[in-house]
Structure formats: structure tokens, C-alpha cells
Design a protein around this ligand. Structure first.
Ligand code: ATP
Ligand code: MG
Length: 468
């Protein structure tokens, strides 16, 4: 970020300065322009922002930050007296709320940034689409994408603060919503010029209440776009009209259905991935998951909008690597391990099960689905877990191992589809699931591991990785 004098920063943050003139002048000279919230990763000259949210209060690490070479700190008012007693060599800007300060810093930095900002939200597919679009835009431009899953009110400001105004030409930012108003708040900070909504599903229904409310919350991204912006979304989505209605700018729809402006055609599985045609161009993406084709279509449409040619986009997309934990393959000498344990919602669960079936049919091997709970579904939780069981039982999947609190629901629904009992198992926890799974595995099996983050199913993936 811009190396503002502390007085200017204090004004931006509605804060006050703690420190004498000499230390303030030294801090301004030392300030690198980088912001750090973690004293372990802080580099000489960084601003240390003491966040009081999260597992550990950042204020406890002010001495460490000073030792690591922080130029100055941002602290909350409640810590002012203690800060003075620490007698550190750095000054501080004192604010009422450190999270708000982080957001204000990011908003101010965004104002300095002339490049293109694209916001991406949706119930599923944000991270995958974001990483594909990042690859596409790199054909002509240099820029950044949100790191990891930095998509909330902390992660998004931190992603923005990473932007280098003199070098970066674009930012692709993932935006997640836990409740109504979240996306609007993120947009206030990021001011996106283009927006992509990947899908509307049932994720986080516990807080949103109804699917319409989910759609309206994602549409806050479109509402925030300027009149000369562009809104991208699947035109075949049941809530497409709601999304269109909220955009006061041009809209571009993408999908396999012909209702879309850009139609994805001739989708076919090939060695190592999927091929498809859009706007007369043949594309390849390296994935076993057919549902990623839709995400790629959206990334292509944005690329076209900023003047990148079909051929360049195709070259870039062919380089894209799946993001781990999202229907990604884990290398193994004798098994095919489909790692999808980053998260789970009903639509992602259905997409993963279909991917497993397709892989099994293509490779003519046995298939095993290890299915964990889907979190945050509220009152539709029971119904949706039953639906998963019903779907899994109805597909050509050889073995189903349900694990977690809702395992019984999945298993009972799968059993009702006439899946024979020796192909079905229930485990209370991950340890038990692994014991059962070990008895089933044979050389050549394709194994899907999928469940919500809180299930910790990555432990099963780790065990599979070293399974001989
Ligand atoms: P999160 O909210 O956890 O950040 P996300 O929206 O970033 O999720 P991804 O991480 O890309 O989404 O994918 C999450 C899950 O959704 C994965 O299991 C992935 O296979 C599945 N998924 C991704 N895109 C689609 C899609 N278009 N349709 C159905 N499922 C999808
Ligand atoms: Mg994500």
C-alpha cells in the first residue's frame, strides 16, 4: 500500500497516534508499504496489524512483531495502556476496531489501484473459477488472485493489500457469503468492475433461510457493479432472472444450455481431462470433473471481454492445474484417489458422485464413495443427506461408506435403492471409517473422499496416499 505518513493513516482509520515525533518519523522512513497480521511472517519494515479476532489475539504478539522489525503497529483502543507499558521502539495507530481498520486500509489501497478488479462469488465453484480466470488473464496481463480461500471480510482485504499498484494490472477476488449483506460489504471494499456468479445452490442455507435469499445475497455482487461493468453468470440457473434483474450493467450468460449467450458444446472426456467447444474454439482442461467445464466457460467469457483471443485463452486454460481438495486426483501407484474433502454442499456432492461414476465407467474399475456430513444446511439437512444417499445408491457406484453424524441418513436412503448390504457401511468417525475402508480396498479402485471441512476427511486422503 501507499506509504502514507502516520497522520494520514490515522485520519483514514479514524484513529490516533501513540508515539513521540522521533519514533513516528523513524517508522515512516522504515515502512515498507506491506501489511502483516502474523508476527511470524512479518518482514522488516512491515506494518503489524493486531487483529483481535481469530484463535489468538494479535495484541499478544506486539513484542514479537517489534523484534521482527515492524515499522509500527495498528492496535485497538482497549490495548492502549498495555502497549505503552510494553515500551516498544515502534509507535502505534490506535483504532476502535482492528478488522474495520484492515478493511479501511484495503479500501484506500483499492482506490489507488487502476487495474481491473473481477469479483467472483457463487455457492460452489468460486475457487476453481478464480484460479482458471487467473490463468486466462495472464495471457496478456500481470496480476493477482485471492490466495488460498481468502474470501471473507478478513481474507478479501488482505488479498487487496497484496496488490502492487505499479505492477499489477488485474485482481481476481473470491467473495464468500455467510449471510445477507456480506457480499455487499466486500464489494464496498473491492469495487469490482466485473462480477462472476458461478452458481446458486443450497450451501449455507442454515443462515440464508431460502434459496431465493441465497440468490439475492450473491446478486449483491451484481448490484455493486458500475453501469459500464459486466455481469457473468449461468443463464440456465433457476435464479438467472433474479441475477439479471439485479445487474444495472451488461450481462453475459454462459453454459451448455442454448439459453446462454455463450454456449458450451461438445463436452467430452479425454485422456487427462475434458474437451469442449465454445465460440468455435476447442478447449482442454485438466480435470476429471465434468462440472469444471461450466467454470471454465465463465473464465473464457471474462477473458474474451478483456480482449484476449480464443486461441490464447485455450493455451492458458490447458496450463490450468486443479486446486487441491476440489475433485482433484492424488497420485498413487495402484489407486485412483479423488480428493474432494475441502468442502461439501448438496450440488458439489452430486457433482462429485457423478464424477466418481464416470471415472469408474471410463476406467472399468470398482468405485468407492466415502461420504461425510454436509454442514450448515439448517432445516433441509436431513432431506439433503437422504438425497445424497438416494443419488449415490442409484448411480453405478460399487461401495458407499457414510461417515459422521448424518451417516445413517445417507446409508438408509442408499439401502432403499436396493444397494446390497455388503456394499454399504456406516462409520461414526474418521478412525472407524478408515478401518472399514481398508477392508474394502483392492488394487485399481477409484475412491472418492468428500465431506464438509469440519469432518476432517483429509486424514482419510492422507492414509490412502500411503496405502500399499
Ligand atoms: P468455498 O465456498 O468452500 O470456498 P468454492 O465456491 O470456492 O467453495 P470450489 O472450491 O471451487 O468452490 O469447489 C467446491 C466444491 O464444489 C468442490 O467439491 C467442487 O468439485 C465443487 N464444484 C465446483 N464447481 C462446481 C460446479 N460448477 N457445479 C457443481 N459443483 C462444483
Ligand atoms: Mg473457495
Amino acid at each position: 500500500m501507499k506509504r502514507h505518513p502516520l497522520e494520514v493513516l490515522a485520519t483514514i482509520l479514524c484513529g490516533t497516534i501513540l508515539g513521540d515525533q522521533r519514533t513516528v518519523a523513524a517508522a515512516e522512513k522504515k515502512f515498507s508499504g506491506r501489511v502483516s497480521i502474523d508476527s511470524r511472517k512479518l518482514k522488516e519494515g512491515d506494518l503489524f496489524l493486531a487483529l483481535s479476532t481469530g484463535q489468538r489475539d494479535g495484541h499478544l504478539f506486539l513484542s514479537d512483531a517489534a523484534k521482527a522489525g515492524a515499522a509500527f503497529a495498528i492496535i485497538e483502543r482497549h490495548f492502549e495502556a498495555e502497549f505503552a507499558s510494553l515500551k516498544l521502539s515502534m509507535p502505534a495507530v490506535v483504532v476502535a476496531d482492528s478488522v474495520l481498520a484492515l478493511q479501511l486500509l484495503a479500501a484506500s489501497h483499492r482506490d489507488e489501484f487502476d487495474g481491473l478488479v473481477v469479483g467472483i462469488t457463487g455457492s460452489v465453484g468460486k475457487t476453481s473459477t478464480r484460479s482458471m480466470l487467473y490463468e486466462v488473464l495472464q495471457a496478456r496481463y500481470s496480476g493477482r488472485q485471492s490466495p488460498a480461500n481468502f474470501n471473507n471480510t478478513l481474507g478479501l482485504p488482505l488479498s487487496i493489500l497484496e496488490l502492487e499498484c505499479t505492477r499489477d494490472e488485474f485482481a481476481v477476488l473470491e467473495m464468500g457469503a455467510g449471510q445477507r449483506g456480506d457480499i455487499a460489504r466486500l464489494c464496498e471494499i473491492a469495487q469490482p468492475e466485473m462480477g462472476v456468479i458461478t452458481s446458486i445452490g443450497l450451501a449455507h442455507l442454515a443462515t440464508f433461510g431460502t434459496p431465493l435469499s441465497v440468490a439475492e445475497s450473491k446478486a449483491e455482487l451484481f448490484e455493486s457493479l458500475p453501469e459500464n461493468g459486466v455481469a457473468f453468470f449461468p443463464g440456465h440457473d433457476p435464479f438467472a432472472l433474479v441475477l439479471k434483474d439485479k445487474a444495472h450493467c451488461r450481462t453475459v450468460t454462459v453454459g451448455e444450455d442454448t439459453v446462454n449467450d455463450w454456449t458450451i458444446q461438445q463436452v467430452r472426456a479425454v485422456r487427462d481431462g475434458y474437451r469442449f467447444v465454445m465460440d468455435g474454439q476447442d478447449y482442454f482442461i485438466r480435470t476429471v470433473a465434468r462440472h469444471f467445464v461450466q467454470n471454465a466457460g465463465l473464465a473464457i467469457a471474462v477473458g474474451r471481454e478483456v480482449g484476449i483471443s480464443n486461441a490464447e485463452i485455450a493455451d492458458q486454460l490447458a496450463k490450468w492445474q486443479p486446486v487441491s481438495g476440489r475433485c482433484s486426483l492424488i497420485p498413487h501407484p495402484s489407486l485412483t484417489i479423488l480428493d474432494d474433502c475441502y468442502n461439501a454442499s448438496p450440488s458439489a456432492m452430486a457433482a462429485a458422485l457423478r464424477t466418481l461414476e464416470e471415472l469408474g465407467e471410463r476406467e472399468e474399475t470398482r468405485t468407492i464413495a466415502v461420504l461425510g456430513d454436509m454442514a450448515e444446511l439448517g432445516e433441509i439437512s436431513e432431506r439433503e443427506h437422504r438425497r445424497v444417499g438416494q443419488l449415490a445408491g442409484g448411480l453405478s457406484i460399487d461401495f458407499i461408506l457414510a461417515v459422521g453424524q448424518h451417516a445413517d441418513l445417507i446409508a438408509k436412503a442408499a439401502k432403499a435403492t436396493n444397494l446390497s448390504l455388503h456394499r454399504l457401511a456406516v462409520a461414526r468417525d474418521v478412525e472407524m471409517a478408515w478401518m472399514l475402508l481398508e477392508c474394502w480396498i483392492e488394487e485399481g479402485d477409484v475412491i472418492l473422499v468428500k465431506g464438509s471441512r469440519s469432518m476432517g476427511l483429509e486424514r482419510i486422503v492422507e492414509n490412502l496416499r500411503s496405502f500399499q
